[in-house]
Design a protein around this ligand. Structure first.
Ligand SMILES: Nc1nc2c(ncn2[C@@H]2O[C@H](COP(=O)(O)OP(=O)(O)OP(=O)(O)O)[C@@H](O)[C@H]2O)c(=O)[nH]1
Ligand SMILES: [Mg+2]
Length: 366
């Protein structure tokens, strides 16, 4: 019997059980393209049903690329570069060339120094053991630099298949929809996209002109980013939807910032200085005295300090001590939440975030 696949998410279609993943009514299977019930609901009602995912299956899909002769396109989210990297990627793709797509440039303010940012992306990739054939900086959602992406893929694939890989929610499927819109008259999205991680469920094969294929893949899940722990309702408050408006705080020592109820930033010691927060514009930032911070957290978590509404569902906070030596401007990155740009002053800081969430420093990006 012919096996049907959902055009929107790649899942195998079944018509027996509406409660199970991949359901589509039997009468829908005669159509040229089939959409599963879950994709239908995402597209028409913006509702998502979380699906129990098997991380190993996604890694197996990825590892199978090593034995193919193809172009690998890694899509990363510029807002969460380190958190959207696939661990051990360089070992998984064999000798295939890698084109790096840094997506979501629309989130960066106009003051961004693009040349420096691109150089930083190259360098970061090299630090992770990968030598991209090219870096494309684009916005798939806003259709920025998509012509460059089409040309780069065509140039580097040299008649081969193209695998689009990355962690969840970086915009892989939006990117493919954007490519399709760029080269055809197609105005509608072909693949289902959503603000929730875990939208694509299996490989989706899109035929190319020369008989080869472009393959969308399910995102690799990384639990060390805040965005993976957010309930669907709260995601829009945490994941930025529009250009970041940096918030500047002139802090004295012994002052604290709460980022919703996800993280806490203590300026313990140092001269008065500005801290510039690059977070979702909709995330509430609460400023207080360090001496009162514990009390405020006890009283107001899940209330004033939201999201999350239910902080108990997240791992307990872990303290990350950070010392700025004043020699170089640094960003302190809380994966999936954003970053704080620090000036060229000495400072002793403590950042609190749920245990397991990556907290890192890097040279200032903007
Ligand atoms: N701001 C911004 N958002 C984007 C961009 N591209 C994609 N997004 C958003 O990112 C979210 C995830 O997009 P998808 O295309 O579903 O991501 P994916 O990588 O296919 O995710 P999975 O299928 O879960 O692995 C959606 O809300 C998109 O609208 C972009 O260029 N800029
Ligand atoms: Mg997808």
């Amino acid at each position: 019997m012919h096996e049907f696949r959902c055009e929107g998410c790649g899942v195998a279609i079944q018509s027996e059980d509406p409660k199970q993943v991949g359901y589509a009514p039997a009468q829908a299977l005669n159509r040229e393209s089939v959409l599963c019930q879950r994709c239908f609901r995402i597209r028409h009602y913006g509702q998502i049903e979380a699906v129990e995912q098997d991380p190993d299956a996604y890694y197996r899909l990825l590892d199978a690329i090593a034995s193919t002769d193809s172009l690998v396109v890694l899509v990363v989210d510029l807002f969460d570069f380190a958190g959207s990297w696939i661990p051990g990627l360089h070992r998984r793709i064999g000798n295939n060339p890698l084109l790096l797509v840094a997506n979501k440039v629309d989130l960066f303010p106009p003051s961004t120094k693009w040349g420096r940012l691109r150089e930083w992306v190259y360098q970061s990739a090299r630090d992770m053991g990968v030598h991209p054939v090219e870096v494309i900086m684009c916005s798939a959602a806003k259709g920025m630099k998509m012509r460059d992406a089409v040309q780069a893929i065509e140039y580097h694939r040299r008649g081969r298949d193209v695998y689009i890989v990355g962690t969840t929610n970086v915009g892989k499927s939006t990117f493919i929809n954007g490519l399709i819109k760029e080269v055809t008259e197609e105005g509608e999205d072909v693949i289902t996209t959503s603000p929730y991680p875990g939208t694509t469920l299996d490989a989706i094969r899109i035929p190319l002109d020369d008989g080869k294929e472009m393959i969308d893949t399910p995102g690799i899940v990384r639990k060390d980013r805040v965005s993976e722990w957010v309930e669907p309702k709260e995601l829009k408050l945490v994941v930025p939807q529009s250009t970041l408006k940096p918030k500047v705080y002139q802090l004295n020592e012994e002052q604290t910032l709460f980022f919703g109820g996800f993280a806490r930033f203590d300026f313990v010691r140092g001269p008065k200085q500005p801290f510039v927060c690059y977070l979702s514009n909709r995330l509430y930032v609460h400023r207080t005295k360090l001496a009162q911070a514990d009390d405020i957290w006890r009283k107001h978590r899940g209330g004033l300090l939201t999201p999350p509404r239910n902080p108990e569902a997240l791992p307990r906070w872990k303290k990350h001590p950070i010392h700025l030596n004043g020699r170089q401007k640094q960003d302190i990155v809380i994966s999936g939440l954003g970053w704080v740009a620090c000036g060229k002053e000495k400072a002793t800081l403590e950042v609190w975030a749920p245990d397991g969430i990556q907290v890192t420093t890097r040279p200032a990006l903007i």
